[in-house]
Design a binder for this molecule. Structure first.
Ligand code: ZN
Length: 1018
């Protein structure tokens, strides 16, 4: 793209600098770099894009692949971003998620892990089919074109992907195994067909998801009024796994590996509740006809005294029966299907009433309980909650109360039968029509409490006790009641009446019923259809292709028909992460060895919009596969077959949005004048526009093309900017203007790469940096000060290590401590907190320290230079995951200048062999691993801090005491005071300060008076 076209100038320059040159010439070269790297020099900043292009091209070549990091073997790290739907355009949200995963993958590689960082395509789905119907291009072609275009865009962003593991869910070599998974489920009785009520578009002749029906109950595509019809559908029995899906959220909660809110959403979606089942008797109001009993599930049977109505779902058999003879009821039921499930509408069933089971049991002392209650039908009662019936307790349930108010036209008393305090009167009813009402009926009492007076033996009982006693009392009197649990989770409906999905491998035979396709016949491929086939077509094409549909029964060989439903695309994404580990396996979805070795995914990155369905389905399928030979270990007993060890949910990207304050209209960028120094103005009116950050959308004209941003600023500056602007899980307000701050920072690093911090005299004589980037400070000091000669012979008390560090100047100590604290903090951010924005700010701070102090070193020693070299190369190594091409460039420039000779030595770590060419390269920065924090040296170097000593509230003196340990500092800073488990550390530290050998006597900095340390002082 544009970026690649502009690199010729730079590669020519670099071609020159690769020639072996003498130190003196190097010095000249360095100065010339300095001249061209003036921070105000625009041409340099414009070259960031060229740097990306140069390195992206080099990384294609084998000699520039990072070699494994030293001898470190840390095992596997499977880093995975949620794979994209191939829409054709990479947007900023994609760029954000892939940047995060690429940064973490590169970091893990530098730490010595065997990194798996694959990418693939969630390639089935409705948009491709709709594009086919609108434009007459086959879904397969449309999808492949989009993948090709997005792949190009992804390569430009500088990510390192395992392209050899790439998968497409629409490829028969992939969906063969999706079909095999279906058959495994079917074999276990976990895939079944059942009638289900669905949204049906009568024009397009297809089933719609709830999200595809608009607020008026019309199809999002055809605009037709959507119908609710019963259709035979395929389901997967996810409910068989509901208990482990709930219990194992604990595994994910450990160590905050999954975001709390995602765990809460999953828990809510599973929706387990504990309660009781009871049955109400129904009869006509004249007592003439008895109806079947209606079973109700309730979590609050202790409020049964306050039952004021019964409500049935609109498709309950009793409602259906009554609607046959009652026109108005029939009309209500028809209309109700279009109402949302939170509707308060209801219809009182004619001439029918329900008896409170307490009366059926003949219990005494129920003068305040209504024996007979009315029966309604209402859309808020779901078919699958309990048995499609609920008892209405307006005094203790908000929704019941709302419904009661909406549907009772006569003055109604809402009964309060449980109160927070024991001994309340049961006469405490609430007149909803009275303004003098003491209790706010808009807020029923929903907590547990005590049964009020006036309910016989139940009065005064706590809610839990009352529940048990009520169940027992009903049972004793031969009225049905039992403890029960209820789940919100439904079985997973996977049927789609669409072409562009994985065909369900079932053959329907009149004699044998649904017969699974034999393994040897997999995959059942989608029939290839010409582009024109799709134009203007409605419904599922598979139903009309007789040649594909008609087949023979695998059991009896009689003529039979293929299942024409395809699978929900969530089925593909429920297992794709396993396939990446074994993408070429033709015999099985994955080999058990590869599953055991590669699973679970160590870090999974994706949007919070997938917090429920995708993650739940993937957890379900993983748990199922752990019961098959495919993933026998399930990741070990600790992991309990969870697919994703750690989850990072990145926030959305919002765009800068301008609107007209006079009418709220969104403004196109060309309607705003940005040249006015007072700020943006609306061109037509001169008014100041309202500026806000909102979700990017075409209608708000606030979209940003990541390709353009990368072309303008370079991929690495864009990546760093993106990470710096907001913590990964929060909304990112994309402000392209502030990217200039990142570019200024990069420019500083580029200038430091030319080695201006090496004194001329040292450079002329040849500066020899250590071979090993992770040489400890003590080893360096030993090199400069052999241990048989302590640097400071006066200090006999000092250990050999302490003597060594005496050789350092305060500035050197300060730089080394800064470097060490940055390594510690950045490592923690990359590996634990994922606070990638603070990685950027920490690295900026270290850069500034190196930059601000370089003038001090003009007369520095070899030792000083070595420390600055290691500090600077640590900076580059820490930056490399975020800005890979830029870090490679700086790394190469630095070593071209300071270590040319070493680069030419074939046995030197910096040397990258190139057998066919005379040019030798600097080995990739990614081969040198991630800097390792050295806490030992920090202790040795730690300076003291000033401590004010007050006695009786008066400042007596100040003195220098050692710094508290690093872990203690952070606790004290964050909590304001030491946490309990830190008390021992505090005590130990204070004892060290007050009684430590050489600090027993404390000199006052104010008066010079010497204080003897003693117990009372502390
Ligand atoms: Zn048959």
């Amino acid at each position: 793209m544009q970026v690649i076209g502009s690199c010729s100038f730079l590669s020519m320059r670099w071609g020159c600098s690769r020639r072996p040159v003498r130190p003196l010439a190097l010095y000249t070269l360095r100065r010339s770099y300095a001249a061209t790297t003036n921070p105000g020099n625009e041409s340099l900043k414009d070259h960031f894009g060229a740097i990306d292009a140069k390195w992206q091209a080099r990384w294609q070549q084998p000699q520039h692949q990072p070699s494994p990091v030293k001898d470190v073997k840390k095992g596997k790290a499977y880093i995975l971003p949620m794979f994209p739907y191939p829409s054709g355009n990479l947007h900023l949200g994609h760029l954000r998620v892939y940047t995060i995963s690429d940064v973490l993958a590169r970091f893990k590689q530098m730490q010595g892990y065997d990194v798996i960082h694959p990418i693939g395509w969630d390639a089935f789905g409705l948009p491709a089919e709709n594009a086919a119907i609108e434009r007459g291009v086959s879904p397969a072609l449309w999808t492949l074109q989009n993948i090709a275009s997005m792949k190009k865009q992804m390569k430009v962003m500088g990510g390192r992907w395992d392209w050899d593991r790439e998968i497409l869910t629409c490829d028969p070599s992939f969906y063969k195994h999706t079909q095999k998974l279906f058959l495994l489920l079917h074999e276990r009785g976990l895939a079944y067909q059942a009638e289900s009520m669905v949204n049906f578009d009568p024009v397009d002749k297809t089933v719609l998801a709830n999200e595809q029906v608009d607020a008026n109950g019309c199809s999002w595509r055809s605009g037709a009024k959507v119908q609710k019809i019963m259709l035979k559908q395929w389901f997967l029995k996810i409910k068989e796994f509901q208990q482990p899906l709930l219990d194992d959220l604990e595994v994910l909660a450990k160590g905050n590996k999954w975001p709390e809110r995602v765990l809460t959403m999953q828990k809510h979606w599973l929706g387990k509740s504990e309660g009781a089942k009871i049955r109400f008797q129904l009869e006509n109001t004249d007592g003439t006809r008895s109806w079947p009993e209606v079973e109700v599930y309730t979590t609050r049977i202790d409020t049964l005294f306050g039952a004021q109505y019964l409500a049935l779902s609109t498709s309950h058999p009793i409602v259906t029966k009554l609607a046959e003879t009652h026109k108005q009821l029939h009309d209500f039921v028809q209309g109700a299907r279009k109402l949302p499930s939170d509707s308060k509408d209801g219809y009182k069933l004619p001439e029918i009433r329900a008896k409170n089971p307490l009366f059926s049991a003949g219990l005494v002392g129920l003068e305040n309980v209504p024996e007979w209650i009315p029966v309604y039908t209402a859309p808020y009662v779901l078919d699958h909650y309990g048995s499609g019936a609920v008892m209405g307790i307006p005094g203790h349930d908000t929704r019941d109360n709302d419904f009661r108010q909406e549907n009772t036209h006569s003055p109604a008393n809402v009964k309060i039968v449980v109160t927070a305090e024991k001994g309340a009167s049961s006469k405490q009813t609430v007149d909803t029509t009275s303004a003098a009402s003491k209790v706010d009926t808009a807020k029923p009492f929903t907590n547990k409490g005590y049964v009020t007076e006036g309910f016989g033996k139940f009065s005064g009982m706590a809610s839990d006790e009352a529940s048990d006693v009520i169940i027992e009392a009903l049972r004793t009197n031969n009225v049905f009641a039992e403890k029960a649990e209820n789940w919100r989770l439904r079985d997973w409906l996977i049927s789609r009446q669409r072409y562009w999905g994985t065909p369900i491998p079932i053959i329907h035979c009149d004699t044998c019923g649904p017969v699974p396709v034999p393994d040897s016949d997999l995959p059942i491929e989608l029939p290839a259809l010409a582009d024109e086939y799709f134009i203007g077509k409605a419904g599922n094409p598979l139903q009309n292709i007789q040649g594909w549909k008609n087949t023979a029964c695998p059991k009896c060989n009689a003529p039979a028909e293929r299942e024409t439903d395809t699978m929900d695309t969530f089925m593909d994404s429920s297992w794709y992460f396993m396939r990446f580990l074994d993408p070429a396996n033709t015999a099985a979805p994955i080999s058990s060895q590869k599953a055991d070795a590669g699973l679970p995914v160590d870090v999974y990155v994706g949007g919070v919009e997938h917090a429920i369905l995708h993650l739940l389905y993937a957890r379900f399928i993983s748990k199922f596969l752990a019961t098959t030979p495919l993933w026998p270990s399930g990741g070990g007993s600790e992991n309990r077959a969870e697919p994703f060890k750690q989850l990072i949910t990145q926030g959305m990207v919002h765009g800068k949005t301008y609107s007209d304050p006079s009418n709220g209209r969104f403004l196109r960028p060309n309607e705003v004048d940005f040249t006015d120094s007072r700020g943006p103005r609306i061109k037509s009116s001169g008014l100041e526009p309202v500026v806000s950050y909102e979700k990017m959308s075409k209608s708000k004209y606030n979209g940003v093309d990541p390709g353009e941003t990368i072309a303008t600023h370079g991929a690495d500056a864009t990546r760093a900017h993106m990470l710096f602007q907001a913590p990964v899980s929060e909304v990112l307000e994309w402000n392209p203007n502030s990217i200039s701050g990142i570019k200024r920072w990069f420019t500083r690093i580029l200038r430091l790469s030319a080695g201006p911090w090496i004194p001329t005299t040292i450079l002329e004589n040849g500066f020899i940096p250590p071979k090993d980037q992770d040489t400890s400070l003590l080893e360096i000091l030993k090199r400069f000060h052999p241990s048989d000669k302590p640097a400071d012979p006066r200090s006999r008390e000092l250990t050999p290590d302490e003597s060594l560090v005496q050789a350092l100047t305060p500035k050197e100590v300060e730089l080394w401590l800064k470097t060490q604290s940055t390594i510690a903090s950045v490592t923690d951010s990359y590996s634990n907190t994922h606070a990638l924005n603070t990685v950027v700010s920490d690295l900026m701070s270290l850069t500034n320290r190196l930059w601000d102090t370089q003038s001090l070193y003009n007369s520095g020693s070899q030792l000083s230079c070595t420390l600055r070299y290691l500090s600077f190369t640590s900076l580059l190594r820490m930056l490399a995951p975020i800005a890979p091409a830029f870090a490679e460039e700086c790394w190469e420039r630095l070593h071209e200048v300071v270590a040319r000779k070493q680069v030419d030595q074939v046995d030197h770590p910096l040397h990258a062999p190139e057998p066919t060419s005379e040019i030798s390269y600097v080995r990739s920065i990614f081969s040198f691993g991630f800097p390792i924090h050295d806490p030992h040296i920090v202790k040795l170097l730690s300076p003291t801090q000033t401590c004010a000593v007050m006695i009786d509230g008066r400042l007596k003196f100040t003195t220098e005491i050692p710094m508290p340990p690093a872990d203690l500092t952070s606790e004290v800073d964050e909590g304001g005071e030491a946490k309990r488990d830190n008390k021992a550390v505090v005590r130990e530290w204070i004892r060290g300060v007050s009684w430590g050998g050489r600090r027993r006597r404390i000199a006052s900095a104010l008066t010079g008076r010497v204080w003897r340390g003693c117990r009372w002082l502390w």
